[in-house]
Each structure stands twice: as structure tokens, then as C-alpha cells.
Design a protein around this ligand. Structure first.
Ligand code: NAD
Length: 285
């Protein structure tokens, strides 16, 4: 059996197309575009590329972006001041603080300073709490995109055993919450999990978000499972790979995402969606 490849690039393109229409309608109705405030601290080249891609995607969707660069030497107070300004700026409906922040800056404190109503990344503790209790709030972009990819397979989530590998605040934990909301039986694995291979083998749905190249072996995968690979890793030869051993896993899985071209493109599409949702909330409050 060879798995069907879940084409995240094509699905994200569809999402962005639908979103562009909704952004146009919003802008015509309210006389202004949704706006995303983007804060980049330091000169990390990967972060600079991510930010540029997000801003390009905003422009293509008709979303305004307001960019603020700060030097690597920026103090906590300087970052806080920019966040406060964006919190108060009525043109900004979502704020993206590009992570990781340079050493010495308190990431959690800065994320918590973003107004929960403008928390386009869904990392604010209030939004994490809303997700945990099943109340409407911002949902982190990557796990939200993963849910769309799983839905694209047509496989039921309700009653399925979902195994999430990784328990970070930005992927693993919110992913588990979202799957639980859809009535999956969820197991969360992490660095101290014993018998990982055995546990992964129970998963009708497996979401890998670890950050270790090809650590999930193809032979662990239950036959016919939906396998979503969030990991983005660089091999020694410079090529990209995921957390799942793709070539062997695709021989057992029913559906699988490639890396690149799987989860990555969905993350940006969901950021645009969250920004539009923020703008709608602000306009209808
Ligand atoms: P993280 O480092 O914050 O968390 C990694 C998690 O993996 C931890 O919870 C840890 O307990 C777990 N882990 C580590 N070793 C393990 C092991 N041997 N067995 C089982 N679990 C283990 O990482 P993160 O921010 O959640 O990101 C995970 C991966 O996803 C990274 O490769 C990152 O680049 C990628 N990522 C991709 C996107 C995207 O848009 N595609 C977005 C966010 C993160």
C-alpha cells in the first residue's frame, strides 16, 4: 500500500484563494483592510525569510501589514513599547512577534503583552485557556492548519486514536486540544515517553512535532494511518526533511504529508485567516 500524499501547498492555495474573497468583502463593507502588525527583533536570517514570506502572503490576500524591525540589542522595554503601540493602533488587528527572540528577552512576557484580541498567533495564555475550555479564541496557526489537512483526507477524527508527538505550547499541546475537541482519543508523547514505537503504532492519526530528522520510523506506523509531519529539519547535506521517515512511512500510511510542501504552507494561510477573524471581531464588537 502506498499512501496518498496530502498536498499542503495546493490545500493552502485554496485556503488563501477563499480568504482573499472574504478579505475583499470585509474591506468593501468596513472601508478598511484587515491589518497585521509584524515585529522582528534581531537579524536571524531564517526569521527574516519567514517574516518576508508572511508579509508577501498578506499583500497577495489584500491584508495590510505594518512592519517594525528592532536591532538585536533591543531591550525588553523597547519591544514592549512597540507591542503597546500596535495594541493601540486601530489599523492593526493581529500582531505577530517573530520567534525566537534574541537571548535575554523574556519571550513569554512579550507574548503575554500582546492584547489577547490581537493575538494572531494564538500564543497568549488567555487564548491557550480558551482553547483548553473549548471557548472561541485565537487558535495557533500550525495546529489549526494540521486540522484542515486531516479533514482533507475525509477520515473520521471522532473516535480515532490520535497520537501527538511533542508537547510544545505552539504545536503539540494545542494540537492535542484541537483533536480532543473533535472527539479523538488523544495520546501525547514527549521526550520521556517510554515505548514510543509501540504508542505511535496505536495511532489512526499521528502528528509528529519534535524537530528531530526522520526519528519516527516507517515501521512504527499503523497500516492506513493519517500521518502529519510538522517537523522541519535540515540534513547535513542541506536538504530539508521532516520528523517522519517519509519513504518507509508512505508504504504503511494511508495518507501522509511531505516535507516541504505539507504543513508549512498551511501555517501562513492560517495566520492570514486569524488576522481576518481579528478584524471581523474588532469591526463587529
Ligand atoms: P519544541 O522543541 O518546542 O518541542 C519539541 C517537542 O518534542 C518537545 O515537547 C519534546 O518533549 C518532544 N521530544 C523531543 N525529543 C523527543 C523524543 N525523542 N521522543 C518524543 N518526543 C520528543 O519544538 P516545536 O516548536 O514544537 O517544533 C517542533 C518541530 O516542528 C520543529 O522541527 C519545528 O521546526 C517544526 N515547526 C514547523 C512549523 C511549520 O509551520 N511547519 C511550525 C512550528 C514548528
Amino acid at each position: 500500500m502506498t499512501a496518498q500524499i496530502i498536498d499542503g501547498k495546493a490545500i493552502a492555495k485554496e485556503c488563501r484563494k477563499a480568504l482573499k474573497g472574504r478579505v475583499k468583502e470585509f474591506s468593501e463593507q468596513y472601508g478598511h483592510a484587515p491589518g497585521l502588525g509584524v515585529i522582528l527583533v534581531g537579524e536571524d536570517p531564517a526569521s527574516a525569510v519567514y517574516v518576508r514570506n508572511k508579509e508577501k502572503a498578506c499583500a497577495r490576500a489584500g491584508i495590510a501589514s505594518f512592519h517594525h524591525d528592532l536591532p538585536i540589542t533591543a531591550t525588553q522595554e523597547q519591544v514592549a513599547k512597540i507591542i503597546d503601540e500596535m495594541n493601540a493602533d486601530s489599523r492593526v488587528h493581529g500582531i505577530l512577534l517573530q520567534l525566537p527572540l534574541p537571548k535575554g528577552l523574556d519571550e513569554q512576557a512579550m507574548l503575554a503583552r500582546i492584547h489577547p484580541d490581537k493575538d494572531a498567533d494564538g500564543f497568549h495564555p488567555i487564548n491557550a485557556g480558551y482553547l483548553a475550555v473549548g471557548k472561541d479564541g485565537y487558535v495557533p496557526c500550525t495546529p489549526k492548519g494540521v486540522m484542515t489537512l486531516i479533514a482533507s483526507t475525509g477520515q473520521p477524527i471522532e473516535g480515532a486514536h490520535a497520537v501527538v508527538i511533542g508537547r510544545s505550547n505552539i504545536v503539540g499541546k494545542p494540537q492535542a486540544q484541537l483533536l480532543l475537541q473533535k472527539n479523538a482519543t488523544v495520546t501525547i508523547c514527549h521526550s520521556r515517553t517510554k515505548n514510543l514505537a509501540e504508542v505511535v503504532g496505536l495511532g489512526d492519526i499521528v502528528v509528529a512535532a519534535v524537530g528531530r530528522p526522520e526519528m519516527v520510523k516507517g515501521e512504527w506506523i499503523k497500516k492506513g494511518a493519517v500521518v502529519i509531519d510538522v517537523g522541519i529539519n535540515r540534513r547535513d547535506d542541506g536538504t530539508l526533511c521532516g520528523d517522519v521517515e517519509f519513504e518507509t512511512a508512505k508504504e504503511r500510511a494511508g495518507w501522509i504529508t511531505p516535507v516541504p510542501g505539507g504543513v508549512g504552507p498551511m501555517t501562513i494561510a492560517m495566520l492570514l485567516e486569524n488576522t481576518l477573524e481579528g478584524a471581523i471581531r474588532a469591526a463587529t464588537r
